[in-house]
Design a protein around this ligand. Structure first.
Ligand SMILES: [Zn+2]
Length: 106
């Protein structure tokens, strides 16, 4: 049996951990606050500790950098599936669609 490591009160980039919710399978779920936009969001400890989750999804969509955009665009041009790109780059599908739209005219 593994001991639960409590991360309540810790800060991961823009995320402030408010409270432990429950364990889902082996994943500890936490209620968090995105300090950029004051949105309450739920995420797992694994995502926070590994750096996968640095903000809420809403802010995450805004924070795609140029290198990521370029990678998305290159992959779209190569005919990669949008859902697959989103999954592999750990981004929302909405973000991929936005990049696709913005880069379409260039
Ligand atoms: Zn946010």
């Amino acid at each position: 049996m593994s001991k639960r490591i409590d991360i309540t009160g810790k800060i991961f980039s823009d995320i402030y951990v408010l409270e432990f919710i429950r364990s889902e399978n082996t994943h500890a779920k936490y209620k968090c606050l995105c300090m950029s936009c004051n949105t309450v969001t739920h995420t797992t400890r694994a995502n926070l500790v590994s750096g996968n989750t640095k903000s809420c999804q809403k802010c995450g969509n805004k924070k795609i950098n140029y290198i990521q955009e370029h990678e998305i665009f290159t992959r779209l041009k190569n005919g990669d599936n949008k859902s697959q790109i989103a999954r592999e780059m750990n981004l929302s599908r909405k973000a991929i669609y936005r990049v696709a739209r913005e880069w379409a005219d260039q």
